[in-house]
Write a protein that binds this ligand. Structure first.
Ligand SMILES: Cc1ncc(C[n+]2csc(CCOP(=O)(O)OP(=O)(O)O)c2C)c(N)n1
Ligand SMILES: [Mg+2]
Length: 616
């Protein structure tokens, strides 16, 4: 027996957890991020402070905003293919509720994060405590309950005896590729500090084997029966391809059977951009080439994709296709009424390939795909090309960052107009080098996420592309990067507001209301974001022309500390369009002509939407 507080036991346990897949073993939770307050400083704070002296290896990192640290943990998990993540400790009350947005983002993106919010006293000696939300219906409700719907496992440790089973359940969900997402263990502040006699085996090294479930043979045969009669198949590669390390299997499948591959945001980089069967980015943010191939496909093979509305163009992209979905979860495999092949992406694709035997598409189909790809490459070249002395346009900025980044360097982005342009214009050469969070598309992810990427892959240069809107939402994690010596290149693209939502607003008849940063008289604001970044401790380079931008990027890359390259762009200059539709409902009645016109266009657009109900 070992007598420790609940918090000490938790820390000692976490330091002994490992994950293993394909014979590779690594720490499941190598560090803990956090912000202390009265809800965790005496419990977890004391335990983490005393960890090293007690022979427990769980370093503590201070973040500046709780939402930010969840993004950091999620990005870390994504970069390690979900085999590792970070713990996040908060105080009670606002510290805990600040986790909710990050937790939703992690769960939506199917990424493990371990959340350890402090909670109100289990013993209720003198409630309400500071920051307690009282519910008149029950004293058994606290703000940490807000984390339930965004967590894949949620528990509150009201007694020390409950801890071991909850810890095992939490680790199981974190390492289960089908169930993973945010895991929350709410820790009442009195319970954290309570001592208990723990069985010694709780602190033994424990390895969580991440499985590669094989698909059902009959399901694979059914899938092959559909695929092998296809003339114009396409494979939609989602994030699951990359998490499963299925990129070699994907290339083998594509080449052996002559199947073109289109990529979602999370799947971008699954095939190198210049592979002849890489048809490019698919969907609303996709390329004209990929969308044409997909629209004409007779069979769609979805591999590790959630089929979000951005991928399906809100149900309008696919023609008369049949769907075969290979996914680790039955939930995603069943989408669009497809044939379900439930299993690990690599194993499932290998099994499907074997079941397809010598079947392959005709050479004419492959060369048609390659031609479309070549034509799109010329569009990208034109969009990225810019006069060195001109003020930078966003597409040219993206091109310059792509040129500055080495083949393994990582680009990070999340919200605004840049994810769409990146999806279409970025040329990826490595499966881990394109990191755009577009499941939750959460403003504020960019810098915090960049820290997680860099911590997981210190040998890669990390380029964070962040718009002025996203930057203003969460610049605080720049301080964390500076404090911890986590080197980022942050490209801050200032177009004085929301280019993305401004354009969307225009298209739905909302007249750009509230989408530009202006004062009440309509004048630009006297706000200097470059000076702001400098005040937070970053090196700052201001680039006024394309030539200055290229020089600035090179200097930032060579620097050994976090450097912000500030560039102003024109919000009215859109990148090239891939032609797909996105369902954003427009006012059915309105007194404004703009909305009436937009509604008419909307009604035409939605006619292309199809229900996918054919029995598979
Ligand atoms: C937290 C959050 N709030 C609101 C939104 C809706 N939204 C999406 S993009 C955007 C504007 C982003 O502005 P900026 O970062 O400057 O990028 P730009 O559109 O100018 O490229 C907004 C408000 C969001 N994605 N996330
Ligand atoms: Mg902007």
């Amino acid at each position: 027996m070992r007598r420790l507080t609940v918090a000490q036991a938790l820390v000692a346990f976490l330091a002994r957890q490992w994950s293993e897949r394909d014979g590779q073993r690594r720490r499941l939770i190598p560090a803990c991020f956090g912000i202390f307050g009265h809800g965790n400083v005496a419990g977890l704070g004391e335990a983490l402070a005393g960890a090293a002296a007690a022979g427990v290896d769980l370093p503590y990192w201070l973040c500046r905003n709780e939402q930010g640290m969840v993004h950091t943990a999620a990005a870390y998990a994504r970069m390690t293919d979900r085999l590792s993540t970070l713990a996040c400790t908060t105080s009670i009350g606002p510290g805990a509720t600040n986790l909710v947005t990050g937790a939703a983002g992690a769960t939506i993106n199917r990424l493990p994060v371990l959340l350890l919010p402090g909670d109100i006293f289990a013993t209720r000696p003198a409630n309400p405590v500071l920051q307690e939300l009282e519910d008149v219906r029950s004293y058994d409700v606290s703000v940490t309950d807000a984390l339930r719907p965004v967590s894949r496992y949620w528990d509150r440790i009201n007694r020390p005896e409950q801890l071991p089973a909850a810890l095992l359940a939490a680790m199981r969900v974190l390492t289960d590729p089908a169930e993973t997402g945010a895991v929350t263990l709410a820790l009442p502040q009195d319970v954290q500090a309570e001592a208990y006699d723990w069985p010694e085996e709780l602190f033994a090294d424990r390895t969580w084997h991440v499985p590669r479930p094989r698909p059902d043979e009959a399901a694979v045969r059914r899938a092959a029966g559909i695929v092998t009669v296809a003339h114009r198949p396409v494979l939609v590669a989602g994030g699951g391809v990359i998490y499963s390390g299925a990129t070699d299997a994907l290339r083998g499948f594509a080449e052996r059977h002559g199947v073109p591959v289109v990529e979602t945001q999370a799947g971008k980089g699954a095939l190198p951009h210049d592979h002849p069967l890489a048809a490019g980015a698919v969907g609303v943010t996709g390329t004209a080439a990929a969308n044409e191939v997909t629209a004409n496909a007779d069979v769609v093979i979805g591999l590790g994709t959630r089929y979000s509305d951005f991928t399906t163009a809100s149900g309008t992209l696919f023609g008369d296709a049949r769907f075969v979905n290979l996914n680790i979860t039955g939930f995603d495999a069943a989408k669009l009424s497809g044939v379900q092949v439930v299993g690990d992406a690599r194993e499932s694709l290998t099994a499907l390939s074997a079941a397809c035997g010598a079947w392959a598409t005709l050479p004419a189909y492959r060369s048609m795909v390659a031609d479309l790809g070549t034509r799109w490459a010329a569009v990208v070249d034109r969009a990225r090309h810019a006069d060195p002395q001109a003020p930078p346009a966003q597409a040219a900025v993206i091109g310059a960052v792509n040129d500055a980044a080495g083949p393994r360097d990582v680009v990070v982005c999340a919200a605004g107009s840049m994810p769409g342009d990146l999806h279409k214009l970025w040329r990826s050469t490595d499966p881990k080098a394109y990191h755009v969070e577009y499941g939750y598309s959460c403003m504020g992810y960019e810098i915090a996420g960049g820290i997680g990427v860099k911590l997981a892959a210190p040998d890669r240069e990390v380029f964070v592309l962040v718009g002025d809107g996203s930057y203003l939402m969460l610049p605080s994690e720049l301080v964390t990067a500076v404090a911890e010596g986590v080197k980022l290149v942050v490209v801050l693209v200032d177009n004085q507001g929301f280019a993305s939502i401004g354009r969307l607003s225009d298209s739905v008849g909302a007249q750009r209301l509230g989408t530009a940063y202006r004062d009440r008289a309509g004048a630009p604001l006297p706000v200097d974001l470059a000076a702001n970044a400098a005040s937070l401790g970053a090196e700052v380079i201001r680039a006024g022309t394309m030539a200055e931008l290229r020089a600035g990027l090179a200097a930032a890359k060579a620097a050994d500390r976090t450097t912000v390259v500030y560039v102003a762009t024109d919000p009215m200059e859109p990148g090239p369009d891939g032609g797909a539709w996105w369902d954003v409902p427009v006012a059915e009645v309105s007194a404004t002509a703009a909305a009436q016109t937009a509604r008419a266009a909307y009604e035409t657009g939605r006619k292309a939407r199809r229900a996918r109900l054919h029995p598979s």
